[in-house]
Design a protein around this ligand. Structure first.
Ligand SMILES: Cc1cc2nc3c(=O)[nH]c(=O)nc-3n(C[C@H](O)[C@H](O)[C@H](O)COP(=O)(O)OP(=O)(O)OC[C@H]3O[C@@H](n4cnc5c(N)ncnc54)[C@H](O)[C@@H]3O)c2cc1C
Length: 445
């Protein structure tokens, strides 16, 4: 280890943060997880990432890769190993004005991207929060306010620069290393460290954004009508339903969040009014908003608060049953937070084998969250299990970005067998020793 450390200090130009150092407390933890890594490495260049990977491969076996540090499963830190924190690799550069091609450092956050692109009138379909990292969100999906118009964040990736487990830099695109390019669009951080993404950005205007609230008593009809309407709604309309909020109890209103991708008030009203007609509107704050301002700040939770997140997809034929169950569950005192996100649109038009994201035909995604001190989260788990047992016959898969666990069942839910086997073949080629294992892991064997 000591000779490896000497090599590290010689070859690594970025920050090396160790226990006892001034920054160690903040550098050792992520938004939602704490850890005690032996070293946190903050590369300032691709060469530093290469040096960091080579050292981690020698000192191994525990390596965490961190971009925005918002992963729910806490992969971004560990006990006793190395963390490579990419936050210094955060440039946002317009590299081709005509094609709207943008190069983004692998450690940038979506807030940095939105701010960097706004002066060019551009945006990228991403997520709903500024502090979330481009790396983690993109490598397994990316479901945000433009998802029905422009697809997942990963659908807009044109190329990537990847440092693989042997410390080499490779390019991944449709032309270069196409299997790696397929794998990193859905397969997470399993194949190497992405030091830069090239995205095809989209011209953007201000957007109509906000929420419409309905009384709890109308939950069942509002949510069924919402799902029916979204099947024929224009792609410009993306919407999420907040169906239950345990902090506010069964009387919490149903809140339908909408983002209409355009600034024409008539077109926006045509798209949004059918939602307003679903019930008795008790609140409506939809307004023309700069796209960057639709992204939430992502405030860190109070220390000690734990989150348990679970997700699954719903195909068209199961929508009525699933929403009926959720409407019943939301009325109970033991309900978790329940959000339902609309999909379809551009996501469903990408052929299934184009990327390693395997859930293109789903109309909706259900996400449940329990949050609180550890004992409260533990106490809430049996009720949560009972809800998922009811949902199980009607839902499928799981969205890696909305999972706080990483069991074998989770990995099987994220990656159907055929996808997993193809990913395992790519893993054998680029990471045969499974250096990149702190993720929903694809095993090389
Ligand atoms: C407040 C909040 C809001 C969210 N909103 C949305 C949303 O609207 N839509 C959505 O789709 N998701 C959303 N998410 C989920 C989010 O996409 C995941 O938590 C994601 O993993 C966060 O990425 P990160 O880079 O910030 O996390 P990190 O913890 O830094 O990364 C997670 C994992 O991704 C891998 N990784 C990250 N960067 C790289 C890289 N450059 N190269 C190789 N591997 C890498 C590593 O395995 C890492 O451990 C949200 C999460 C939070 C906490």
């Amino acid at each position: 280890m000591s000779s490896a450390l000497e090599t590290l200090r010689r070859d690594f130009g970025g920050d090396i943060i160790e226990p006892g150092g001034a920054e160690y407390d903040s550098a050792s933890r992520t938004l939602l997880a704490s850890g005690n890594p032996a070293h946190v490495l903050r590369p300032g260049s691709v060469a530093d990432v290469q040096a960091g990977v080579r050292i981690a491969a020698r000192t191994g076996p525990l390596l965490s890769v961190r971009s925005g540090g918002h992963g729910f499963a806490g992969f971004g830190t560990n006990d006793g190993g190395v963390v490579i924190d990419l936050s210094q690799l955060a440039d946002v550069e317009l590299i081709d004005k005509e094609r709207h091609l943008v190069r983004i450092g692998g450690g940038a956050t979506w807030g940095q991207v939105a701010a960097g692109l706004a002066p060019h009138g551009l945006a990228i379909s991403s997520g709903d929060t500024k502090s979330v990292g481009v790396g983690g969100l993109t490598l397994t999906g990316g479901i945000g306010w433009k998802v029905r118009k422009y697809g997942l964040a990963l659908d807009n990736v044109a190329a990537a620069e990847v440092v693989t487990a042997d410390g080499e830099v490779v390019q991944a695109s449709a032309e270069e290393n196409p299997e790696l390019f397929w794998a990193i669009r859905g397969g997470g951080g399993n194949f190497g460290i992405v030091t830069a993404f090239d995205f095809a950005a989209h011209p953007t205007t201000d957007v109509f954004y906000g929420k419409i609230a309905f009384p709890a008593s109308q939950a069942a009809t509002v949510i069924q009508g919402w799902a029916d309407y979204l099947r024929t709604a224009p792609d410009e309309l993306t919407s999420t339903a907040d169906l239950a909020n345990p902090f506010r109890g069964p009387e919490a209103p149903v809140e339908i969040h909408v983002a209409f991708d355009g600034d024409d008030p008539e077109l926006a009203a045509q798209a949004i009014d059918p939602i307003r007609r679903l019930g008795t509107v008790t609140g409506d704050d939809i307004a023309l908003t700069p796209y960057a301002d639709t992204l939430a700040e992502g405030t860190p939770p109070p220390p000690g608060l734990q989150f348990a997140l679970r997700s699954a997809f719903v195909d068209q034929e199961s929508v009525p049953e699933v929403l009926q169950i959720l409407a019943e569950v939301r009325a109970s005192e033991r309900s978790p937070f329940i959000a339902v996100r609309s999909l379809g649109g551009a996501v469903s038009r990408v052929p299934d084998d184009t990327t390693a994201y395997a859930h293109r035909q789903a109309e909706l995604m259900v996400v449940t969250t329990i949050a609180g001190p550890k004992p409260a989260v533990q106490a809430a788990r049996p009720a949560l299990e009972a809800i998922w047992a009811r949902l199980a016959p009607h839902v499928n898969g799981a969205y890696a970005n909305f999972l706080s666990s990483a069991t074998a069942e989770d990995v099987a839910a994220i990656y159907p067998t055929e996808t997993y086997q193809r990913l395992a073949a790519v893993k054998r080629q680029y990471d045969p020793g499974n250096l990149f294992a702190r993720n929903h892991n694809i095993r090389p064997q």
